[in-house]
Structures are given as C-alpha cells and as structure tokens.
Ligand binder design. Structure first.
Ligand SMILES: O=C([C@H](O)CO)[C@H](O)[C@H](O)COP(=O)(O)O
Length: 203
C-alpha cells in the first residue's frame, strides 16, 4: 500500500516543511488543488526540484481543456495529474493520450460519482487509476466509508482512497487493500506530522 500525503490549504513554506518532515514515510506527494490555485505551476516545479526521487501528484481536478492542463502539470514535473470522472469522455481520452506520450499517469477522481455505469465507461476508456473520494465539504456528513469500495468492485483499476482518512479509520480501509491511501489533514494538522505519517505507513 502506498501512502499519499495531500498538501491542502497550506502555505508553500508549510508544504515544503511537512513534505520534508514526512518524506521517509510517504510514497507520493500530492500538491493540493487549492495550493496549485494559490501558487500555480511554480509550486510543482519547486517541489520537483526539492524532491527529485518522489512521485508527485498534481491535484489539478481537470474537467475540461484536458490536453492543455495535463501538459501543464506534467511539464512542471508532476508524475500524476487528476481529472474528474464526470468530465467529457473526450477530456479523459485527451489527458490519457498526453500521459501516454509523456510517460506519466492520470488519476480519475470519482468524487460524487455514484453509478457503476460511469465506472464501466471509464474502464472502456482504458482508465487505469481511479480515486474513491469523499470531498472536504461532504466530510461534514461523514468521512470515507468502506461501502464506497462496491463502486469499483469487479473492475480492473488501481484504486486510491481519500476523504478524512486518519489513524482511527485507516485499518478498516486498508483491509480492503486499496493501492494508494491518501491522507491530508490527519497528517498536516497533526502536532507531529512525521509521527502521524509513520504510524499511517506502518499500519
Ligand atoms: O482532494 C482533496 C480534497 O478535495 C480537498 O482538495 C484532499 O486532498 C483529499 O480529500 C485528502 O485530504 P483529507 O480529506 O484532508 O485527508
């Protein structure tokens, strides 16, 4: 299981500090959507140069202009970019094509997708990596819930999971063997982020 650290609602300095502190325990550094909106592609470039050997995911949450946004993220140094599952099939195909040409990956974000019909379409589009995701706002009604795994059951994807994952619920989630566990606030808001990340990685 890979651990992805989501850096959201932080200054650039805090993103760098927390990534450095937790580096040993994390496999993927996610530069969050809001952080990208604040600093643009320059933060992806800076994180790439500071962490040359780490996988970097740019949480672009692309939903249109797929070719352009995928190139932007990849040229800045991201290994993976995110695209929303509700986007047009053309957007998804375009981003997958750019990723193929550049030797990179696309993670399709299943935020607010409830239909297995859409999941089947994504499989047809040759999507390889998806994320089951309970959004920040929706988390006020409850964090990641393992019933969500039924959405992707019997499909053939690499699966990431996100949405309020913490030390209390991680074991139950990990029992479903997702490929990637994404944790943001539970690490970045911890008193000791390095310890929180190490505990999550060590479960
Ligand atoms: O993608 C995310 C969310 O939409 C905010 O942009 C988060 O990175 C993801 O939910 C993980 O963060 P936590 O829920 O704080 O663990």
């Amino acid at each position: 299981m890979n651990l992805q650290l989501a850096l959201d609602r932080l200054t650039k300095e805090d993103c760098i500090r927390i990534a450095k502190e937790t580096e040993k325990s994390i496999d993927i550094i996610e530069i969050g959507t809001g952080v990208i909106k604040e600093y643009g592609m320059s933060i992806i470039r800076e994180m790439r140069s500071l962490f040359p050997d780490k996988l970097i995911l740019a949480d672009m949450k692309t939903c249109d202009a797929g070719k352009h946004e995928a190139r932007q993220a990849f040229e800045a140094g991201a290994d993976i970019t995110t695209v929303m599952a509700f986007s047009s099939d053309l957007t998804i195909k375009d981003t997958l094509q750019v990723a193929k040409e550049m030797g990179k990956q696309v993670m399709i974000d299943l935020l607010e997708i409830h239909s297995r019909d859409r999941i089947a379409e994504l499989q047809e589009l040759d999507v390889k990596l998806v994320s089951l995701h309970v959004g920040k706002d929706k988390q006020t009604e409850g964090t990641f819930d393992t019933t969500l795994f039924s959405l992707v059951e019997d499909f053939n994807f690499e699966v990431a999971v996100a949405g309020g994952i913490n030390l209390e619920n991680i074991r139950e989630i990990a029992a479903h063997q997702p490929d990637i566990i994404i944790a943001g606030s539970s690490i970045t808001g911890a008193e000791k982020p390095a310890l929180a990340a190490a505990k999550m990685k060590g479960i």
